[in-house]
Ligand binder design. Structure first.
Ligand code: FES
Ligand SMILES: [Fe+2]
Length: 364
């Protein structure tokens, strides 16, 4: 009988080697959809905010046509940065020599440019980056030839609309920032399996979900890991929910969008998000987003944010930082993944899928 050897975990260098991190920045992170912010941060024409993806400074700005565009944060004259932080502006003015751009990125004017024979204003525009509005969440892709989010994450837009029917009215209420001393992939892997949940997350595993029903499966196509589980019986829940509110009120589901974002819907149709950014081979930040209708005060979301920060998030920090230290150990030999053909909470098939995507991205 021919029995295949168990699949082994990735070698430590994927999580520690600075050249792997460099490769990810110019490769993977520059070719995938990355979260930048929420439309409610820039409600008015001319509102903007700057941010960074793969070491590149960018900014999103709302145009007169209400379209949100993203540009590299660099002037097309002699490379001064255009904006810092966030704000509102009628036109985008470079602080160096006052070249002025329309909200569409088109050059409008510059001191004395008319004196230059053949100077064609029309040819000069800030460099635009692909931008998508995904239920109010703004994503950008530095690859001008990237395919749409609906191709990367098939069906997810529609599923989220069914699980979070109020999503169009939501705005961020809490933005919990969690610095972690580990490679971003260690954190993403930890997020993407629940083999560690019963042992490490007593509150989550007894007060939010039923671990015995937990499963994480890649969708048939695209780059999505979908988590599904039933919620705890209403008496055991740490917050009240109305099971009759709609079809999916009693379910938990999350959609991890490779490589660095996840939408989660808690029982009661409570939306929250995870979003990672890498700062170096051994450091990253995770943001936990919590939302309410119009961003107004909401006791359940606020309480869940605190409960989650004090329990699941805190428990995970300890785990991922220990793993990162372990990856530096000369005694580590990548171990076999526990892949149960039946799936379920005690299986790491989702890690095998992540490792496949990681290998493809890093090794080409
Ligand atoms: S660099 Fe922007 S106007 Fe000169
Ligand atoms: Fe965890």
């Amino acid at each position: 009988m021919n029995i295949a050897a168990p699949l082994r975990s990735l070698e430590a260098r994927y999580y520690t080697d600075p050249s792997v991190y460099q490769n990810e920045r110019t490769g993977l992170l520059s070719r995938t959809w990355q979260f930048s912010g929420h439309v409610s941060q820039i409600p008015n024409v001319g509102d903007y905010f700057s941010f960074e993806v793969a070491g590149q400074s960018l900014f999103c700005i709302r145009g007169r046509d209400e379209v949100i565009r993203t540009f590299y944060n660099v002037c097309q004259h002699r490379a001064h940065e255009m904006v810092t932080g966030s704000g509102n502006t009628r036109v985008v003015v470079c602080p160096y020599h006052a070249w002025t751009y329309e909200l569409t990125g088109q050059l409008r004017a510059g001191p004395n440019i008319k004196s230059v024979p053949g100077f064609n204003r029309e040819e000069i525009c800030l460099t635009e980056v692909l931008t998508e509005d995904f239920h109010g969440f703004i994503f950008v892709n530095l690859d001008p030839d990237a395919t749409s989010m609906d191709k990367w994450y098939p069906g997810v837009r529609e599923e989220i609309a069914a699980y979070v029917p109020q999503i169009a009215t939501l705005a961020p209420l809490e933005w919990v920032e969690v610095p972690e001393n580990c490679n971003w992939k260690v954190s993403v892997e930890n997020y993407s399996e629940c083999y560690h949940c019963p042992m490490n997350h007593p509150t989550f595993a007894t007060g939010v979900i039923k671990p015995e029903t937990y499963d994480i499966q890649p969708l048939k196509s695209g780059y999505v890991l979908r988590h599904t589980t039933e919620c705890q019986s209403p008496e055991a829940m740490t917050y009240p929910i109305d099971l009759d509110a709609n079809e999916h009120a009693g379910e938990y589901r999350s959609w991890f969008l490779w490589p660095m974002f996840s939408f989660q819907c808690y029982p009661g149709n409570v939306l929250n998000t995870y979003h990672w950014r890498a700062h170096g081979p051994k450091t990253c930040t995770v943001w936990r987003g919590w939302y309410s209708e119009g961003g107004v005060e909401d006791e359940v979301a606020r309480k869940l944010a605190v409960q989650d920060r004090e329990t699941t998030v805190e428990e995970d920090i300890t785990l991922v930082e220990s793993v990162q230290r372990g990856l530096n150990s000369h005694g580590y030999v990548p171990g076999p993944l526990v892949i149960d053909p039946e799936g379920g909470v005690n299986s790491e098939h989702s890690i095998a899928k992540l490792h496949q995507w990681m290998r493809e991205a890093i090794d080409g």
